[in-house]
Design a protein around this ligand. Structure first.
Ligand SMILES: [Zn+2]
Length: 287
């Protein structure tokens, strides 16, 4: 599943090709790719054709391209398997291609943005932009908190939010309304690095522990970003969320039964929120 680093890699890859380009054509091959656009395919096409993209933005796992002369943006949520691919205009259909947007860029010429999605949990939409804390964000993104790599992320507000919550710290950092961008893998890796048991009540963490956790979240996300960033070409993005290029540097996630890289104790996997939590029972003691 694409998480923050994968979505950021897609955003950074699209940016140089889409900013300043105009939309020449929009083809919707499967309306399931527009579940977030309630007005349907004809309206979606109508709101895009002839417009230009002014930026490529992201919050959490939402990606959006604001439109010139309209307080709206093309937004994309990649779901489980969505991909935003940049292709030559003559490129043949991709596997699971759902939507194709033809663009013309003043420098790069004609290109196609292809939205492909095998499992169809992802969706595109044209959404209104609203003012929030000095930024303009799509209405569908308002409930998503900033991610820890965002320069406007508020560490003190995050600490206060944790102090109000008695539920497990892992559950709290997976809550996109508290902090975005931390999926199951990055949660397990950050908690391992910060030596915090995933079931520790959030309100019981000391200020020092919260700062340690935030620092580790940033390290883990930045590292995943750097590794993902080496595998894409700015012109032709092809990011596969399931490729798992980060996998070789995992310390806890998916390593049950294998030695903890810090102390040698076998990593444990416990079921958590219908998924798994991976942690070291020695380094991450339950208090
Ligand atoms: Zn350990």
């Amino acid at each position: 599943m694409p998480e923050l680093p994968e979505v950021e890699v897609v955003r950074a890859g699209l940016e140089p090709a889409v900013v300043g380009s105009s939309i020449t054509s929009v083809s919707v091959f499967d309306e399931r790719a527009l579940t977030r656009h309630a007005a349907g395919a004809a309206d979606f096409v109508d709101r895009l054709e002839g417009r230009s993209f002014t930026a490529a933005s992201r919050r959490g796992k939402f990606l959006w391209l604001p439109l010139e002369g309209s307080p709206s943006a093309l937004i994309a949520h990649l779901g489980m398997s969505g991909q935003m691919l940049l292709r030559a205009p003559t490129a043949g259909a991709e596997r699971h291609e759902r939507v194709r947007i033809g663009i013309e860029h003043p420098v790069h010429g004609e290109l196609a943005i292809v939205f492909a999605d095998q499992r169809t949990f992802g969706s595109l939409a044209v959404d209104a932009l609203i003012e929030e804390g000095g930024s303009r964000i799509p209405t569908q993104v308002v409930h998503i908190a900033r991610d820890p790599l965002d320069e406007k992320f508020d560490d003190a507000a995050f600490r206060a939010a944790l102090a109000r919550r008695g539920s497990a710290i892992k559950r709290v950092i997976l809550d996109q309304g508290v902090v975005s961008g931390i999926g199951n893998i990055y949660a397990d890796e950050s908690l391992w690095a910060a030596r915090i048991h995933p079931e520790t009540p959030a309100s019981r963490l000391s200020t020092r522990a919260v700062h340690r956790l935030l620092a580790e979240v940033r390290v883990v996300l930045a590292k995943a970003l750097a590794e993902g960033g080496t595998s894409f070409d700015a012109q032709y993005v092809n990011v596969n969320g399931q490729a798992g290029y980060f996998a070789h540097s995992l310390n806890a996630y998916g390593r049950q039964g294998k030695p903890c890289p810090r102390c040698g104790t076998a990593i444990v996997r416990e079921t958590f929120m219908n998924r798994g939590s991976h942690f070291c029972p020695t380094c991450q003691r339950r208090r």
